[in-house]
Design a protein around this ligand. Structure first.
Ligand code: ADP
Length: 220
């Protein structure tokens, strides 16, 4: 488990993305230092976050004075101002912050951040757009794609998965997916086994290669 000292993160940029992230980290018991050039935003979030400061983080000296080099992780939540995003990221790398996350507004922006050496680049709008596409086209209720083309999906069970124990269904042999969880109407999620019999109207959690999971959830 992490020690309390590790659960500290600097969030640079308190726009919509940075604020949601910072609030969620607070909710999970982390210490959050929130920084923004905009005094009005800093004021607005000063009660909710552990520490806040008005700071232009493109200035390495400012970051140093705030002790950012002591943090084990930092998130660059600046999107629109790509130049600022790159300068702040390179300052954090220079300061030796071990884990740096940054949000990018375009694939090119993301590529530059990766080339700089930022450890984790996220493209919230692209990623959310792809995810919503999966929800719009099928019966998927939720969709998460991991690296290596592997996905986890929440979906209404297609007929092929219902009526007989999962172990005897063709779910894995024919579709290459695995049912890992099941939720009957009005009940909580529970794990699924080879003996589980899924009924029509049950919601299931399925894992597998992204294309397999997509094909499976397109069945009705
Ligand atoms: P969102 O779409 O999540 O609202 P924005 O890119 O619009 O993201 O907001 C980024 C935030 O980062 C803004 O509040 C802006 O004031 C802040 N910001 C921009 N440049 C700097 C900087 N050099 N140092 C600190 N904060 C900055």
């Amino acid at each position: 488990a992490r020690g309390a000292g590790d659960q500290r993160v600097a969030v640079i940029g308190l726009g919509r993305f940075g604020t949601s992230l910072a609030n969620e980290l607070m909710r999970r018991g982390w210490d959050v230092l929130g920084l923004d050039t905009d005094a009005r935003l800093v004021q607005k979030h000063s009660d909710a976050l552990t520490h806040t400061a008005v700071a232009d983080c493109t200035d390495p000296e400012t970051l140093r004075q705030l002790g950012v080099q002591e943090f084990t992780s930092a998130v660059v939540a600046i999107g629109t101002d790509i130049e600022a995003s790159m300068l702040v990221s390179s300052n954090l790398l220079e300061a030796g912050v071990p884990t740096i996350w940054a949000k990018a507004v375009s694939r090119q922006h993301g590529q530059i951040l990766e080339r700089l050496g930022v450890h984790h680049v996220v493209l919230p709008e692209h990623e959310m757009g792809e995810r919503v596409a999966h929800l719009v086209t099928g019966r998927m209720l939720d969709f998460i794609e991991f690296d290596d083309d592997y996905a986890l999906v929440k979906t209404v069970a297609p007929d092929i998965a219902t009526g007989i124990p999962l172990g005897r269904s063709q779910v894995r042999s024919k579709y290459g997916v695995t049912v890992v969880g099941i939720k009957r109407p009005g009940e909580d999620f529970t794990y699924a086994t080879a003996e589980t019999v899924v009924e029509r109207g049950d919601v299931i959690i399925v894992t597998g290669k992204t294309h397999s999971v997509e094909a499976f959830t397109d069945l009705s």
